[in-house]
Design a protein around this ligand. Structure first.
Ligand SMILES: [Zn+2]
Length: 205
């Protein structure tokens, strides 16, 4: 068995994502193809340096946005980057088995799921039953928002509120509390800007 690559610290992992996004924005992404020897090596095991909870939106593929290669990111994608039983289970696996030092909740501007939750919460819009279940995960995040804002400003605020809500929910899990006590793990929010390709990392609250 080959030794696993040295695990990055949470801060090093964050810098790696920021540098990858900067390359992506500059049009200098590094990983157009993956060689067979890399695939053969990865077939022996995975050691991703970050876990990303992102949206299913076709315009926000985490590996491309962060210029990351195979085996580097452990990714969960669900409309509105919400939590739920299966997603929490997947994140627990990332923490307890893969030991990724960094967890990122990646929202994005113009998110259709967040917009649907805004319409549902403030304008009484209705959706299919399973979509409603999904939106129920987002609606509590909208509580502090002023619905009289202009549409784009409201959606912008709602996207960030949704990321912060998901982070807060994750911080409340027993696993996150345990790892926070030990140290070495980081949980950060980020927003992807569709037009520029830039990821804006949110300051911790
Ligand atoms: Zn979205």
């Amino acid at each position: 068995m080959p030794a696993p690559p040295p695990m990055l610290s949470a801060d090093e992992a964050l810098v790696r994502l920021q540098e990858g996004n900067a390359r992506f924005v500059r049009g200098e992404a590094r990983f157009p193809t993956v060689q067979k020897d890399v695939l053969a090596d990865l077939a022996k095991g995975q050691h991703p340096f970050a876990t990303i909870l992102g949206c299913s939106d076709s315009r926000v593929p985490p590996e491309l946005v962060f210029d990351a290669s195979f085996g580097e990111l452990f990714v969960v994608r669900v409309a509105g980057n919400v939590l739920g039983a299966s997603i929490l289970g997947t994140l627990q696996y990332a923490g307890s088995h893969l030991h990724t030092p960094l967890f990122v909740v990646l929202g994005h501007e113009g998110c259709g799921a967040v917009e649907a939750a805004v319409e549902s919460r403030f304008h009484g819009a209705t959706h299919g039953s399973r979509i409603e279940v999904l939106l129920e995960e987002i609606v509590p995040a909208l509580e502090g928002l002023d619905p009289r804002q202009e549409h784009d400003a409201l959606l912008h605020a709602a996207v960030e509120a949704n990321v912060r809500h998901t982070i807060a929910e994750l911080r409340r899990t027993p696993e996150a509390r345990a790892r926070a006590a030990v140290g070495g793990m980081k949980l950060v929010g980020a927003i992807y800007e569709l037009a520029s390709g830039t990821v804006r990392f949110l300051d911790a609250e």
